[in-house]
Design a binder for this molecule. Structure first.
Ligand code: PEP
Length: 247
């Protein structure tokens, strides 16, 4: 297990104010598991409310625009995210890359904007099934990260990486333990190259893709797995807390 595992719930496009009771329940329980860092990424509409109601857990957004303000109807800037009380932003999720055609270059500019606004980032990467079957998963993921990782002195304070094989997201399929371990090892190697041994040691690498209470312990015990990014199972306090307890 990582020194202080980081368990982050990504609510995606789910949640109205009725879901605040789940956030409160997660927050209350998280106070009993201080060895685990717990966070939620609700939709923009709930950011401020979750921040206000949840004292113990971290709150972050699922995206931000690359510009600080301006004529971008429907978008939300990193400055606005920070102003809501959120402390981090998830960037480069495969659903943003797929649904909105986000390129590595755009994601890199969002990373800069988020850091500029004082936010921490969770930078997502992950290959499709076709890329894995072609034996190119590692090259693909490392290229995504080379494009997105910023130059920083204090990377361990500001950056988390989330490895999420696309074919494992929301499908109930998880990657083989050996494949997760190999990818996390390779990502750690890139972090060492980029930030040096000491900073890289503090950059947590989360695994995401159908993490549930019953598979969390095995996944989280793998070397260089520093926590989990959890989609579906974060929508109920009971299942999300099952993962927190397993960590
Ligand atoms: C995710 O979307 O980040 C995710 C990992 O989803 P799920 O846990 O539902 O696979």
């Amino acid at each position: 297990m990582a020194e202080r595992p980081y368990i982050v719930g990504n609510w995606k496009m789910n949640g109205t104010r009725a879901m605040l009771s789940e956030a409160r329940a997660i927050d209350r329980a998280a106070q009993r598991y201080m060895k685990v860092e717990v966070a939620l990424a609700p939709p923009f509409t709930l950011l401020h409310a979750v921040h206000r109601e949840a004292e113990q857990i971290g709150v972050g957004a699922q995206d931000c625009h690359a510009e600080p303000d301006g004529a971008h109807t429907g978008d939300v800037s990193a400055t606005m995210v920070a102003d809501s009380g959120a402390k981090f932003v998830v960037l480069g999720h495969s659903e943003r890359r797929g649904d909105h055609g986000e390129s590595d270059a755009l994601i890199a500019s969002k990373v800069s904007a988020a850091l500029e606004a004082g936010l921490r980032i969770i930078l997502c990467c992950g290959e499709s099934e076709a890329t894995r079957d072609a034996g190119k998963a590692e090259d693909f993921v490392l290229d995504q990260l080379r494009a997105g990782l910023p130059k920083l002195e204090d990377a361990s304070e500001r950056i988390t990486v989330a490895y999420e094989p696309i074919w494992a997201i929301g499908t109930g399929r998880t990657a083989e333990a050996a494949d997760i371990a190999a990818m996390h090892h390779a990502i750690h190697g890139l972090l060492v190259e980029t930030y040096g041994e000491e900073q890289a040691a503090g950059v947590r690498i989360l695994y995401g893709g159908s993490v549930k209470p019953d598979n969390a312990r095995e996944i989280l015990s793998l070397s260089h797995v520093g926590g989990a990014l959890v989609g579906g199972a974060s929508l109920s306090a009971e299942s999300f807390l099952g993962i927190v307890v397993a960590a």
